[in-house]
Ligand binder design. Sequence first.
Ligand SMILES: NC(=O)C1=CN([C@@H]2O[C@H](COP(=O)(O)OP(=O)(O)OC[C@H]3O[C@@H](n4cnc5c(N)ncnc54)[C@H](O)[C@@H]3O)[C@@H](O)[C@H]2O)C=CC1
Ligand SMILES: CC(=O)C(=O)O
Ligand SMILES: [Mg+2]
Length: 370
Amino acid sequence: MILGILKEIKAEENRVSMTPAGVETMKQNGHTVLVEKHAGIGSGFDDALYAAYGAEIVDTPKEIFGRADMLMHVKEPLPSEYDLIREGQIIFTYLHLAAAKDLTEMLIKKKSVNIAYETIQKADGSLPLLTPMSEVAGRMAIQQGAKYLETTQGGHGLLLGGVPGVDPGMVVIIGGGVVGTNAAKMACGLGAKVYLLDVSLDRLRYLSDVMPSNCFLLIFTPSILRDLISRADVVVGAVLRPGAKAPKLATRDMLKSMKKGSVLVDVAIDQGGCFETSKPTTHANPIYTVEGVVHYCVANMPGAVPKTSTVALTNATLPYVVEIANKGWKKAMKENPDIRYGANVVNGNVTYKGVADAFGLKYVPIDTLL
Ligand SMILES: NC(=O)C1=CN([C@@H]2O[C@H](COP(=O)(O)OP(=O)(O)OC[C@H]3O[C@@H](n4cnc5c(N)ncnc54)[C@H](O)[C@@H]3O)[C@@H](O)[C@H]2O)C=CC1
Ligand SMILES: CC(=O)C(=O)O
Ligand SMILES: [Mg+2]
């Protein structure tokens, strides 16, 4: 198969979808790998290194779209690429379609085979291609929250961890999955007072065994959130209903009760966000203020730490890329249920229920297309 590694074009997105070591593995499996010129620069990998590991360096995205059987990106295709997508072409990347109606409609029209990293799912319910970036984003969420608490950044001027003799800040994390747990670890490590909320008692029981004593674990209810949010310095949105639009859990009314200059970090923004007042921002312009509360809603947070994220992402994607390339998408989906879950829009059909439900479109189970 011919594989195309495109240069990311989203604002300030410096990741790349495959490391040179990944290219070597694909070559060992008998595939051709086209890498767009300068695709890896932001992650510390130059064209000469890719070439040394067996990649063919290609000048334009147009040539890659024209030649590749499978396209790989990190982020979703952007409008400048829409016309280049070919019928039957495999697109393997983060898509987050339940929060992207235009993109969903475009992919339906193109009849491409769109496999989303974020909905590939293992038998235990975990999301192996979302996990590494959720680890990064969860850890970053606290760095960003701490930074924007500084008065020079628009915050109310508190050091999140405090110092001896002065109270630390209070962090509320909504959702105790991968993002939430990683955010909690960082916030606890800094010495903040941390509240972690989830709807799953089993998850809270597990976390109570592994989290330090400055992490308080509570079941999520709107009234608990309303109470905590009025006292919080940093609130992190970290909920997920896989593949579906995020529920709006924190309302504008709750925001009004918050301290001016406190900070919301809505990591769930890529699925639409879990605060009523969230809208996607970019690394170039990451924050805005509503009701005096700083909102950080960057949909590709890991893109700012590409040296960590690119390697972590390839570590997770590569076994799946190898399987899809070696077997073709149909056989790979027939034989591996994890990959079947990744099917979002295939040959003009919406094959992921959360996406179909988000837009009232017809849901076509992927099994009927294999
Ligand atoms: N902005 C960015 O750059 C990035 C965003 N993300 C996003 O972060 C979000 C969270 O991802 P993960 O932690 O990997 O998901 P996860 O599936 O590991 O965790 C989600 C947690 O939310 C909980 N939950 C669901 N509904 C809830 C509710 N109503 N109240 C409280 N908890 C609830 C679930 O029980 C689960 O524990 C996703 O939308 C993901 O796409 C992930 C990486 C980067
Ligand atoms: C998960 C995701 O959307 C990201 O890493 O950008
Ligand atoms: Mg995202």
